[in-house]
Design a protein around this ligand. Sequence first.
Ligand code: NDP
Length: 468
Amino acid sequence: MAPTEESGAHALRDPAHHPLQNLVIIGSGPAGYTAAIYAARANLSPLLITGFQKGGIPGGQLMTTTHVENYPGFPDGILGPDLMDRCKAQAVRWGTKLLEVDAISVDLSHRPYTITTSDSEIIRTQSLILATGASANRLHLPHEDDFWSRGISACAICDGATPQFRQESLAVVGGGDSACEEAVYLTKYGSHVHLIVRSEKLRASAAMADRVLANSAITVHWNAEVLDVQGTDWLEALTLRDRSSGGLNQLAVKGLFYAIGHTPNTDLFQDQLQLDSKGYILTRPGRPETSLEGVFAAGDVADAEWRQGITAAGSGCQAALAAERWLSHHDLAVTVARDSIDPEPSGTPMRTATSDADNYSQDLSWQKGAYALRRLYHESNKPLLVIYTSPTCGPCHVLKPQLKRVLNELDGKAQGVEIDIDVDQEIAAQAGITGTPTVQLFFNKELKNTWRGVKQRTEFRQAVESLL
Ligand code: NDP
């Protein structure tokens, strides 16, 4: 498995053969990576399964957030994907092994526990930290993906203060405590907030509901349903349906915030661990221990209430310390001393320079920018994968290294170009790009395939191989 270029991470080199692990961490959000940092520094040589498509993208919910301004240590804020790149690099620097696949099943019926991955590997481990997170529920509107992070957000607390929302009309969907809290919070930034409630009552606690109803900056739309969203580059309006009369109307807003609950990513653990009625993993109060010996939970998968990056990171730390204590108490840990006491600095991520007439090469497997695209499109006789990205797009961070891996595996038989649609707007418009990441496959100046969003790398590889 090739190192992940963007993060400078060293991925596991021989995934086919795994010795019995001390500790496997499933999940690559702030909880998973923090657990990994602590466990790696305790010389437990943890294996972290990042996930790929199941339960959201690797890096978790912060990968689909723009500016994170409430994570301590970054006084001017940090982009969600950049924060996760740093967490990943820190975990790897201290000796975490990464498997960039999905865990597709887990057998917790006996120890050592076993995990089967989407690459059909079977991994055995003495202990486990489950940090698979939760997915914010979405409405799945017809044009939702076009405006995700361009007006639509699942977290008002995270995204509400961004400049695009200031002094604009905003909308929140939901009628629970989260929706009410977010509506009130957003009145600090927006000019007016519309709360869209599907029934004729709020599910929220009375105190919270009263606060909303007494706030003149909030209008509640009862019995209302969002049918779709419209806009150009940014969200501009919603189509609402009145569920009692069936009447439709347009509501002009620059922000739409979902607060319609979360679903914990616990389908792998059903019937194996104690879960609460909503599917969250039950742990000992305030602690990471689950109902099974040697199995710990951290982050949103066991937290229906706080759900912040920093609380997830804190609980990841607790889970790793608890796992370490449990392993040593049972004399199960096989510690692995690092080669040097102080590992090498993680280094700054390598970024691909934009190609121009001076540094363009016909033979490079990966280049960037419109110049390289034009030259390769006209002159290369190899299949050409073009990825359209934008700077704050978390899924693009995930997909780019995967495409580079495909090209490495194909050993020069195909080439890749990255187009930043902010920089090369004309190219993006010509290619009909409506969102990022989008990947197009060209061969002999013909468009052979288009993929939108994150896909398994085997899909790209098979499509390229079919042309060779
Ligand atoms: P809830 O599950 O309590 O509420 C979800 C809301 O979304 C409900 O009003 C529900 O409507 C609505 N909804 C669900 N699906 C849809 C849909 N498809 N279309 C439109 N509306 C939909 O989730 P919360 O995140 O609000 O709260 C989770 C837990 O966290 C609760 O226990 C809450 O009390 C707690 N919490 C406490 C806070 C506090 O005390 N400060 C702050 C935030 C959360 P309906 O009512 O019709 O089912």
